[in-house]
Ligand binder design. Sequence first.
Ligand SMILES: [Zn+2]
Length: 506
Amino acid sequence: MAKFYITTAIDYVNSLPHLGTAYEKIAADTIARYKRMAGFDTHFLMGNDEHSINVEKAARERGMDPQAYCDEMAVAFQTVWKRLDISYDDFIRTTEPRHVRGVQALFRAIVDAGDVYKGRYEGHYCVGCERFYPEKDLVDGKCPVHETVPQWVSEENYFFRLSAYGPRLLEHIRKDPGFIIPETRRNEIVNVIESGLEDISVSRSSISWGIPLPNDPKQTVYVWFDALINYITGVGYPEPNGDYKKYWPADLHVIGKDITRFHCVIWPAMLMSAKLPLPRKILGHGWVQFEGQKLSKSLGNIVNPLEIADRWGADAIRFFLLREVPLSRDGDFTWELFIDRYNADLANDWGNLFTRTVSMIHRYREGRVAKAAPIAGMDGVIQGALRDYAAAMESYEIDKGIEAAWTIVRRANRLVEEKAPWNLAKDPARAGELDALLATLAVALQHLALLLYPVMPMKAREVWETLRLTPAIEKARLPAAGALLPSPASPEPIGQSKPLFPRIER
Ligand SMILES: [Zn+2]
């Protein structure tokens, strides 16, 4: 069985996830669920980044030991992810012994390759970003992301010979342009490399909350260097067999566009130095904004995804983000857009199709779905949707995958209007036509549930179970190209109709 290994960025635990953090995890979860449905042995890794000055500071402010604080936050983060139905297979924390061991092994491999040397570092360090900024990248002497004055750091550090890897990185990107997507991100990275790479400091002598260097335990590993390695320690590195052998290299790293340099320059160079295979693809997604502005604590516009999930269900926010914000661009969240999208697409289109189909099956056929041939044309619509959906999902264009599914929703709703089942039901001579119509609508709902399951797992499961379909939806697989799922005919009554997405009144 082909494998698919997908990861997301790991998060600093100094504050709880917001809508932007949730967007990345929801998108990755949808891709993972799709890949499982397409028959891949899928491994989905998420985690927390616990070695940061910010984390240590947040712990001290609460009068807590950093480890105890991280333990508490790990529970809090995972509670949020469960609530949003994120189906990760493993959750790595950078304070775990399995990670510490792997970081030290990788660091040693890079030392052995002759790529680490000692020198004095002097520069501007933004604690918010956990990175050094060259003078030229500061804006009015401030960090361009946080708009705060960075610290001046001067200390003896170990350096990684990043400068030596520029030509090999460019060669790799030239040979495999799909290594970094979308194209705009790839062009940015090519520019960064072409303008010349400098060696980077990879240890700190003044920070004790971190992983001790194997060759000099008085220093700790720079937090970014430490964090990136989670993608291999999460599958068991340095143990060469088992999950590492099975899953590495990763098929897809899903990350935000602000951290592409770490993932597309530093991380591959680290792997090259340690003589390990590179990940196959890195997707640098855009940002979710709120009313056109970046979500930020200082602007006070943080939207809590749980608030939406608690009021309208996790699927409503999953759908909105994936439908409205393509991975390749920035997108906007506003309450007005959210409510419009919810009412139009979920309550009216899909929800209404489900509710009326199920109630007609009960009203006219005592809940039984006849084994009738679907109405001409619907097979073709569904096959077309399956084809477009798979093509879109394979290129991580989830919004287009949803759009493909919606061709079924629209065609099925139009069919109800055209065939007017309420009239067919009055004429016993047209019983066969009514059977065929209801069977066709059931086929449409069945395929919709499958296609929308990666995006809206809870509601898709509800539809699937109402129709008494087997196997359980998480075990269902996409039909082979050109084929449809087995007939949903049911000699036993199906479940009762209930509103899938109750309308939101303004
Ligand atoms: Zn910053």
